[in-house]
Design a protein around this ligand. Structure first.
Ligand SMILES: Cc1cc2nc3c(=O)[nH]c(=O)nc-3n(C[C@H](O)[C@H](O)[C@H](O)COP(=O)(O)OP(=O)(O)OC[C@H]3O[C@@H](n4cnc5c(N)ncnc54)[C@H](O)[C@@H]3O)c2cc1C
Length: 366
């Protein structure tokens, strides 16, 4: 089988990139792993989030803003193409605070970032009373919040299935159960799967999430990726309780309240734990006391895909040109950028975004 692009990894990152390349008329095959694979795209919190991103690297804040700005168009286009709803709300989001000191410290950081972004960082600080007008169910322990107007949330599972449907509609192949075991470049790229499938491609995008750590060195990448566990809870469907998403909880389009997530360095372990879930529930009740009466219906753990500094990695292989490593921590937020802006970079177009700060060279001597 021959194709222009082989995309290794069919999570949100691989499918977003595949979608963008197909839209440009490229032939694309997406190879995705087996049932045992870790899949952050199926266990995440669904925020399309700008605030707090890039505190030490304004280019990351800018990249997140670009993605948030084109997200609505991206979702609308997929929905129109497939007839599948991709729910998105972008009415702003809250970072809730339980102490004045912590709120002031965050504001100081945001002011510095705002200056670095030439003032383009639309947020406001709400004290408890102002916050209660926006979120009547907020609890007395919350002293205030930052409302960032570029934030929002989506349904990540509906996005994932709609994206896969649209990729197929455009003629892309999405091959499931194809764990890639070897990658080489005798002439074109040769991709070998565990089941014996062999694919030949002009270019290859390695977007295998945590799987990139093992496959990356075969293409000349460092691929310094590590897992970080996040545990998540969801309640029964409830009448409207939360107006805007926060970093503690959000009300999903179907009515449940999603609560999360922990940040745990536990290796390749995606189980839930009683202390993890209890801690999440306690924070959520402190923020929104009415949740004490809500029934929990499900909990799960999923593994984040993290680089050492938490920023994305976009790197073309130095030793095997035509191979690209594409990986990030915030694949839902960046889905629109990956679909609509990143393909220019893969194609070497004059309009390509400048992604130099996200290259792997920043880790080469660390
Ligand atoms: C708890 C939690 C909350 C999160 N919340 C948010 C949020 O609110 N907003 C946000 O923007 N992001 C969030 N994220 C991050 C987001 O989910 C990830 O950035 C995103 O899912 C990464 O997508 P991916 O495609 O790179 O990886 P994955 O979804 O892990 O997909 C990788 C794919 O590669 C495949 N693969 C691996 N190895 C191979 C191989 N050898 N051969 C073939 N295929 C292979 C796997 O089968 C898998 O399908 C969260 C993550 C977690 C865990």
């Amino acid at each position: 089988m021959e194709t222009d692009y082989a995309i290794v990894g069919g999570g949100i990152v691989g499918l977003s990139v595949a979608w963008g390349l197909l839209r440009r008329g490229r032939r694309v095959a997406v190879l995705d792993g087996d049932d045992g694979a870790f899949r952050a795209s199926r266990g995440n919190f669904g925020l399309v989030w700008v605030q707090g991103k890039g505190m030490r690297q304004p280019r990351y804040a800018r990249w997140s803003q670009h993605s948030a700005a084109v997200w609505a168009e991206f979702a609308a286009e997929i929905a129109a193409n497939t007839g599948r709803d991709v729910p998105l709300e972008q009415n702003g989001g809250f970072d809730l605070h339980f102490s004045e000191e912590a709120l002031e410290a965050t504001v100081a950081q945001y002011e510095a970032l705002k200056t670095a972004l030439d003032g383009d960082y639309p947020y406001e600080v709400l004290g408890h009373n102002a916050l209660r007008k926006e979120e009547p169910n907020i609890g007395p322990k919350v002293v205030g919040a930052i409302l960032h107007h570029q934030d929002g949330h989506a349904n990540p599972l509906k996005l994932l299935t709609a994206l896969a449907a649209d990729v197929r509609r455009m003629g892309g192949q999405v091959l499931i159960g194809k764990t890639v075991t070897d990658l080489s470049k005798p002439d074109a790229f040769r991709i070998t799967c565990a089941d014996g499938t062999i694919l030949s491609a002009e270019k290859i995008v390695l977007s295998a999430g945590l799987g990139a750590a093992e496959l990356g060195p075969k293409l000349g990448f460092i691929a310094p990726i590590r897992p970080q566990r996040g545990q998540v809870l969801i309640t029964e469907k409830l009448p409207k309780l939360i107006n805007r998403p926060s970093l503690i909880a959000r009300q999903v389009d179907e009515g449940g309240i999603q609560i999360g997530a922990t940040n745990e360095e536990v290796g390749l372990d995606d189980r839930v734990t009683q202390p993890g879930l209890s801690g999440l529930a306690a924070d959520a009740i402190a923020a929104y006391p009415a949740l004490a009466r809500a029934q929990l219906v499900r909990s799960w753990g999923a593994l984040r895909v993290l680089s050492p500094d938490g920023l994305p990695i976009y790197q073309e292989s130095v030793t095997m040109p035509g191979a690209f490593l594409v990986t990030c921590h915030s694949g839902i937020t960046l889905a629109a950028a990956h679909a609509r802006l990143l393909p220019d970079w893969l194609e070497g177009a004059a309009t390509a975004p400048d992604l130099e700060v996200f290259s792997e060279s920043r880790f080469a001597f660390s």
